[in-house]
Ligand binder design. Sequence first.
Ligand code: PMP
Length: 286
Amino acid sequence: MSSLCYINGNFVPAEQASIPAMDRGFLFGDGVYEVVAVMDGLLLEFERHAARLARSLAEIGIANPLPRERLLEVCRELIRRSALREGSIYLQITRGADTKRDFAFPKGVEPTVMMFTAEKVLSVNPLADSGVRVASVPDLRWARRDIKSVSLLAQVLAKQAAQSSGAFEALMVDAQGVVTEGSSSSALLVNDADEIVVRPLSNDILPGCTRAAVLALAAERNMKVVERTFTLQECMQAREVILTSALHFVLPVIAIDDQPVAGGKPGPVCAALRTLYLRHAMATAL
Ligand code: PMP
């Protein structure tokens, strides 16, 4: 089944979907987005994604056209119409299409809502067994990374640099050598004291939904979680380095910049967190 699109109230095949050229998402990257995993035709971590969407919109002053109930309704309708069993729903809301290209917010313009389904096997992921290689890159982004903005040029360049060097993901690092996050994932490490170390939430990183779920599960199991910043150097010496994201769930890192980390193989904490996360995500799926 090809991708099904929802645009401003209408369901259309992705090939026929279009947005006005004057849309501010296109002109300015003036919008926000979410990606929600679908398994067994159900939405994973829906509440966290709905809450983050509402927050991102509020932070940039767009009235939310998809409050929780409406969002759930449209997502379910997309799943039903496309018969999606496993994959994702992407959703993007921009400030809308204007007739002029004025930087300041236009008056009387309705937000553009665009969503689409994508089929993808999520339940089986060979990367969870093999582990992934990452490449460090400078974090070139703006100062409000907590907003899930569609302005993703820095992440596009980061991912491209990583993939050009044969790595799966880019690990973004600030000028002081401190890790922020992956280009499309949150980063965690496990140290020799068996602590799960994770950068605290701030404007410097996206509040990852998978990160939040994994940390809550770890705390429930009395695993020690320490929220503090950590350096690339610490990752090189860590017992485990872990990435989390909505579509890859929890993945082990086995090399950074072609240097093996964590003994060059996936570790037990990552495997345990992945299992816990999947069980929780399926049990709470809507
Ligand atoms: N950080 C960044 C920069 C991301 O783009 C993503 C994925 N959207 C994440 C972290 C992971 O967030 P989530 O677990 O909500 O997918």
